[in-house]
Ligand binder design. Structure first.
Ligand code: NAD
Length: 309
């Protein structure tokens, strides 16, 4: 029988981390959710807010829970389930939360340096045997764990939820050479039996299966057509009029433009030059500029393609 996971720490309370935390709470698990400390210049704190105040220190995790509560399609089955998510921030609570957890789900920026720094904090606190997964969209799992101890590496895998985490059925599981089979069975049991998801096993290649293939048409649209046509026109053509369920630029705003930019950049950098994706995933300069100006959409940003151009 697969090992039972009951208590989970989610690190990163953005679009995905807050959504995953909400769905874990829906499914009866004990959930901790942490984010970094807010930065006054970047995070638009209320006037007079001080980092001496614990509410301010937990501001980003609270914002993530609120975003799930207030979303048109809420991440929680009922609002009361938000009380099951205990919030905190990485410097103050990561150690305590990780020590109490069977599983840690990392959902911070799609940036290998930021993720590795988070793993170092997790490794310092975790009990032997704690499972750690990344929700990365496609950074190689083997690269993420470079430099970590054998115990950490054996208990590490990719667990790729889709957005929004409550509603999207698929979870990709990605092991690497030395991930223990027991870890993979525990993750599969969690995904299928507790969270009600369908599981596919993907290889540890850039973008895994879903993003390597699924993001391709979107990347072509961004690079080939956007400067010629409006997003409204392209969404009309490539949304329901071409048989797709979703409008590509509405989807981009839901994903969040920072994440989208990072996913494209990683794919372009990591795919061989002979692969068509190498050029297709190149980040167009306007997307970099929108991210630099904070026009990132998602729960964190005010505007993306639809309001920010
Ligand atoms: P996001 O930008 O919405 O959220 C990332 C969160 O991480 C932010 O709240 C940020 O403050 C926090 N963070 C950054 N550094 C931190 C640190 N050192 N400690 C604690 N928190 C920190 O990003 P997202 O879209 O939720 O993506 C998270 C991960 O999930 C990425 O790896 C991404 O590729 C993946 N993913 C995203 C989507 C999507 O549709 N957005 C879908 C599937 C997977």
């Amino acid at each position: 029988m697969a090992r039972r996971i009951q208590t989970v720490t989610v690190v990163g309370a953005g679009t995905m981390g807050s959504g995953i935390a909400a769905h874990l709470a829906n499914s009866g698990l004990n959930v901790y959710l942490v984010d970094r400390l807010p930065e006054p210049a970047m995070d638009k704190l209320p006037h007079g807010a001080s980092l001496d105040d614990s509410h301010v220190r937990n501001y980003l995790a609270r914002r993530g829970v609120n975003a799930q509560l207030n979303a048109r399609n809420s991440g929680f089955y009922v609002p009361q389930l938000a009380d099951r998510v205990i919030i905190g921030n990485t410097p103050d609570q990561l150690g305590e939360f990780v020590r109490a957890s069977d599983l840690v789900i990392e959902a911070v920026y799609e940036d290998i340096g930021v993720k590795r720094e988070v793993y170092s904090g997790i490794e310092a606190a975790m009990e032997p045997g704690t499972i750690v997964v990344s929700n990365t969209s496609g950074l190689p799992i083997a690269e993420l764990v470079e430099g970590r101890s054998a115990g950490f590496v054996e208990h590490f895998a990719g667990m790729h939820f889709f957005n929004p985490a409550r509603y999207m059925m698929l979870v990709e599981l990605i092991s690497h050479e030395v991930t223990s089979p027991e870890v993979m069975s525990a993750l599969e049991a969690l995904a299928r039996e507790r969270l009600g998801k369908e599981v596919v096993y993907a290889n540890d290649v850039p973008g895994f299966a879903a993003n390597r293939i699924g993001a391709y048409p979107m990347a072509i649209l961004f690079n080939e057509y956007l400067l010629e046509q409006s997003v409204e026109f392209l969404d009309l053509i490539f949304g329901k009029h071409s048989g797709a369920n979703e409008k590509p630029f509405v989807t981009a705003d839901i994903v969040g433009l920072r994440t989208l930019r990072d996913v494209m950049a990683n794919l372009s950098r990591r795919l061989p030059e002979t692969d068509a994706g190498h050029g297709a995933y190149k980040v167009p300069p306007y997307l970099d500029e929108m991210v630099a100006r904070g026009l990132v959409a998602g729960p964190q940003g005010k505007s993306g393609f639809y309001l920010g151009r």
